[in-house]
Design a protein around this ligand. Structure first.
Ligand code: NAD
Length: 490
């Protein structure tokens, strides 16, 4: 099954792969079922991908397991060169991949292009890490022997990814796994599978051997992933998605004591002190809130603004948000695309109405747009109570919730008053205060006078219920390694 010819030609491709990718072969799946993929900009179906059964998943596990020893034994330099080629092919195909992401996810072309670059950079970074996986050697304190420590590939990894970054959430896992010498089975989100399959074709072209990367889509995520996690050939789960599903998968992984890396939800505070550079804070707020139309785990969820600067900050943020051009993601002039689906529109509408019923004021936006597709306009609310639903949950859309505070202590307490701990943003001109607050906020990452922090060379991840482990940096490759200690006498 391929895409319709007009969309295929818009994407400069005759045909995009939509079948399962197992052991280097494209397969329709044992049961022959398909899953519709929708264009959120119009709400229409654009393609149908294969729907994997448990039997298909077991075939993928078998293929990854069979390819494991050969890939682990491949010289690090050779693995590195293949990863480097994946980076180059992604950049050569940047325009096509960006259109595809925009088409199935709805994000603006600008955001989609940014995502492709970011996603490709994980291959470049981990091509460099593949040849620097150093162990260490020391003498035991007793002097009796040497302590030799090695990092070995952990084995076959199951990778489960969300729809909000269809390329980057996959490459942030595949690149370090392959660099470490692991083979993988990727299960992308059913909403955005086309990018994952297009990338699989590029990996094959780059020289990734058959069976090293397998990709399957399924409507039965729960049973299919559970079956893989109960197979003794699987040694790793790397998951990015909601905290709710992450908790469930941690329970599943406990049965076979599988190593888990979990990148889960967020509820980022964006703290602005009276002494902040207001222009910089507004620019940072726009990026932290509106990158990906607000559908990002790192999205600023709670704007905590000191009372002296709050009226001006709120007015200017509403002005900038209200001026954004909303439309289909793949139209060049669009700055804010649609949400992923109708459920998302209804959920956000519910959050806005609950906050306004409890006293929040709408400064711009606030009501869904009546047009085909899944649109909610950029919205700013001031006076949002700290116990409103949108202060407690991920908004995951283009809605900025502003609350004021008086003192530094109050800001820190409010920032930490959540079960999440992915990222916090702090804006102040006082470096001492900036570093003091950065140390006290309970999150894995802090943007200090910066609205975006994601970087393949930096450790990405959260504290509390935002996750376990880190992706990117040197930490990312270690998530796919077992540490082996050899006591040596010589
Ligand atoms: P989700 O948890 O609904 O789905 C994520 C993936 O899990 C998808 O592939 C889905 O098909 C699969 N899945 C769903 N139920 C499952 C089950 N029972 N068993 C196995 N797999 C299952 O999340 P989403 O809606 O796709 O993505 C949005 C969420 O992802 C947000 O909470 C966001 O914060 C989070 N996210 C986190 C990061 C991070 O790095 N921390 C990055 C991006 C997104």
């Amino acid at each position: 099954m391929t895409l319709s010819p007009d969309i295929a030609s818009q994407l400069d491709l005759v045909a995009l792969p939509t079948d399962l990718y197992i052991g280097g072969k494209w397969m329709p799946g044992a049961a022959g079922q398909r899953i519709d993929v929708f264009d959120p900009s119009t709400g229409t179906a654009i393609a149908a991908v294969a729907d994997a059964s448990i039997e298909d998943a077991m075939a993928a596990v078998a293929a990854a397991h069979a390819a494991g020893p050969g890939w682990a034994a491949t010289a690090p330099r050779q693995r590195s060169e293949i990863l480097r080629r994946c980076f180059e092919l992604m950049i050569e195909n940047k325009d096509m991949l960006a259109r595809l992401i925009s088409l199935e996810n709805g994000k603006s072309l600008t955001d989609a292009q940014g995502e492709v670059t970011y996603a490709a950079e994980f291959f470049r970074w981990f091509a460099e890490e593949a040849v620097r996986l150093n162990g260490d050697l020391s003498t035991a304190p007793s002097g009796a022997n040497r302590i030799l420590v090695q990092h070995q590939p952990i084995g076959v990894a199951v990778l489960v990814t969300p729809w909000n970054f269809p390329a980057a959430m996959a490459t942030r896992k595949i690149a370090p796994a392959l660099a470490a010498g692991c083979t993988v089975v990727l299960k992308p989100a059913t909403e955005t599978p086309l990018t994952a399959y297009a990338l699989a074709a590029l990996y094959a072209e780059a020289g990734v051997p058959d069976g090293v990367v397998n990709v399957l889509t399924t409507r039965k995520s729960g049973p299919v992933v559970s079956a893989m996690l109960h197979d003794p050939r699987i040694r790793k789960l790397s998951f990015t998605g909601s905290t709710e599903v992450g908790r469930r998968l941690l329970h599943e992984a406990a049965d076979t004591v599988i190593s888990c890396s979990m990148e889960l939800g967020g509820n980022a505070p964006f703290i602005v002190f009276d002494d902040a550079d207001l222009d910089a804070a507004i620019d940072g707020a726009m990026i932290a809130k509106m990158r990906n139309g607000g559908e990002a785990c790192t999205a600023a969820n709670r704007f905590l603004v000191q009372s002296g600067i709050a009226p001006e900050f709120s007015r200017r943020l509403a002005e900038r948000m209200g001026a954004l051009k909303v439309g289909p993601g793949y139209e060049a002039s669009t700055q804010c695309g649609p949400l992923i689906n109708q459920d998302a529109v209804e959920r956000i509408e519910g959050l806005v109405s609950e906050a306004t019923q409890r006293g929040a004021t709408v400064l711009t936006g606030g009501k869904r747009l009546e047009r085909d597709g899944f649109y909610f306009p950029p919205t700013v609310l001031s006076g949002v109570p700290t116990d409103a639903a949108m202060s407690r949950e991920e908004i995951f859309g283009p809605v900025a919730a502003i609350t004021t505070f008086e003192t530094e202590q109050e800001a820190i307490a409010a920032a930490n008053d959540t079960e999440y701990g992915l990222i916090s943003y702090v804006y102040t001109s006082d470096l001492g205060r900036g570093l003091r607050v950065s140390e006290k906020v309970d999150s894995g990452m802090v943007g200090l006078n910066r609205g975006v922090v994601s970087d393949p060379a930096a450790p990405f991840g959260g504290t509390k219920q935002s996750g376990l482990g880190r992706e990117g940096a040197h930490h990312g490759i270690l998530e796919f390694c077992e540490t082996k200690y050899i006591a040596v006498s010589w």
